[in-house]
Design a protein around this ligand. Sequence first.
Ligand SMILES: N[C@@H](CCC(=O)N[C@@H](CS)C(=O)NCC(=O)O)C(=O)O
Length: 202
Amino acid sequence: MMKLHWSPKSPYVRKVMICLEELNALERVQLVRSVAAMTKPNAQIMIDNPLSKIPTLVLDDGSGLFDSVVICEYLNDLMSGGLFPQSSSQKWACLRWHAFGDGILDALILWRNERERQNPSANLINSFEFKVLSSLDMLECESALLEQSNFHIGVISIVCALGYLDYRFAALNWAGRAPKLNAWYLKIKQRPSLSNTEPVDG
Ligand SMILES: N[C@@H](CCC(=O)N[C@@H](CS)C(=O)NCC(=O)O)C(=O)O
């Protein structure tokens, strides 16, 4: 049985959980609640991943696989899934959205770390906000394309970024800024793999 260093709060872990559910592979993985914080390296995670990040997947042979980008593709291959389209007509749009969603998440995680410090840098906070709002503006322009898209890892990553905005940045009111994107999101978030994995405290 594989083992996943897991948390119900992490948007990157959520990508993996969505893939597992979409691929009908949930029962192949044992979830291990692991706390990962940038300032507190976790010895248990580091046995499997010296970078102390989640998600980390421990394979049946004991080796640790990371990060979420690699784990999701590994699971898709293992289960012969369709979450990583191969035809070039879909592949690059998919991988671009995958990088885009993950990139928004990277900015949000750094933003949250900064705002929780004692003397946050206004420069950094303003820069993260500017990048995230600009990303939302671009996604708003792409909402018709998202609407037409097959369900794949690119869509999963964008949904995880929007879900994390709802969870940790509610005051930003992203939905008010990007109404077409929000209309798409409200529909797609009802898909069981997405509604079952919304971030929660715990
Ligand atoms: N690029 C990584 C990012 C993973 C990541 O940053 N996870 C956070 C939790 S949401 C973490 O483990 N942070 C602990 C740390 O950075 O030390 C991925 O896609 O898996």
